[in-house]
Design a protein around this ligand. Structure first.
Ligand SMILES: Cc1ncc(COP(=O)(O)O)c(C=O)c1O
Length: 311
């Protein structure tokens, strides 16, 4: 496995609200040799892949929703590095036209569908043991790729090192908590703000559990996204922010990065981040999710084109 397998690109977001608050907002994008593994995906997967290579395992089994960025990244990594992949998908019925799952299959991933009710139990210790029996030579990686191994990979990202000097706040979208835990672990004292794009009352606890001890040495905070939408749902305002960012060649989707940046801009407008002069935001990828939004008519073709390619 070659590393650097990725390249970082820094973009400074120029917005009325950043000007008004006199705050520099830097977006750190992680481009990967295999595009589907861009963003946080490579950092979360790299040491899992190293583990299976070192232990001569057949592949990796993991979990996700029907439009999961993580499953697609895993499938692409499997094809690129030559290991097998199994995706346990939270979905009642296999939909052959689902663009994410179509790509997973094209990358060679074997898919197992489980109803959302059963899916909850699939991640309990008992059923994990059953899955391990069924796939004895596979490494089982939790949903979202989040584990202590993923934290180790994300901690390597030099997010505080913006082109204009050290950031005084690091920020990212947070769902299963692995990415923010990695940023915290690698932050060397710079505070970290996670913007929760899921409604999960236990998210803070999950993040704490992923952090290397002692927990009280870390400076971080979790902020619920401010539009108060369920995971996967978004407002016209969030979409508008994504479309606005696309005009500056900052491409986002409204479920993770766009939703988090929308909240970050609102926090700047409210003066909540007045003590910070230079913020570094980790762009966690996930642009393939736009294909699924278009497929479900949650965005129009014109919006899709603008969000994906600008204009
Ligand atoms: C594009 C994108 N951004 C952010 C996240 C959230 O990362 P985490 O689940 O590690 O909190 C995810 C989920 O993995 C994602 O797909």
């Amino acid at each position: 496995m070659s590393d650097p397998f990725y390249q970082l690109q820094w973009l400074r977001l120029d917005h009325g609200l950043t000007q008004q608050s006199q705050t520099e907002l830097w977006i750190c994008q992680l481009h990967c040799a295999v595009p589907s593994i861009a963003g946080n995906k490579w950092l979360k997967l790299k040491y899992h892949i190293q583990q299976i290579q070192q232990h001569n395992k057949t592949g990796i089994l993991s979990f996700g929703g029907a439009f999961s960025n993580h499953l697609l990244a895993l499938a692409a990594a499997g094809q690129h590095f030559g290991f097998s992949t199994v995706g346990v998908v939270r979905s009642h019925q296999p939909d052959p036209a689902n663009p994410t799952l179509q790509q997973c299959r094209q990358f060679g991933m074997q898919l197992q569908f489980v109803s959302p009710e059963l899916y909850q139990t699939k991640t309990t210790a008992l059923t994990l043991a059953e899955l391990q029996q069924q796939y004895p030579d596979y490494l089982i990686v939790p949903e979202g790729g989040t584990s202590a191994t993923a934290v180790q990979g994300v901690a390597e990202l030099p997010l505080a090192a913006t082109p204009n000097g050290p950031a005084d706040l690091l920020c990212c979208a947070s769902a299963s908590g692995g990415t923010i835990a990695g940023l915290i672990a690698g932050s060397k004292g710079t505070p970290v703000l996670g913007i929760a794009v899921v409604k999960d009352a236990s998210l803070s606890q999950k993040i704490s559990a992923l952090l290397p001890a002692p927990a009280d040495q870390w400076h971080w905070q979790l902020q619920p996204e401010l539009t108060n939408r369920a995971y996967g749902k978004f407002t016209a305002d969030t979409l508008h922010t994504c479309l606005e960012l696309a005009t500056q060649q900052i491409y986002t989707e409204p479920v993770y990065t766009g939703k988090a940046l929308h909240t970050l801009l609102q926090l700047l407008a409210q003066g909540e981040l007045a003590q910070y002069r230079r913020i570094a935001f980790f762009h966690t990828g996930g642009l393939q999710g736009l294909d699924g939004l278009r497929y479900r008519s949650l965005i129009s073709e014109a919006q899709y084109q603008q969000l994906r390619f600008g204009g």
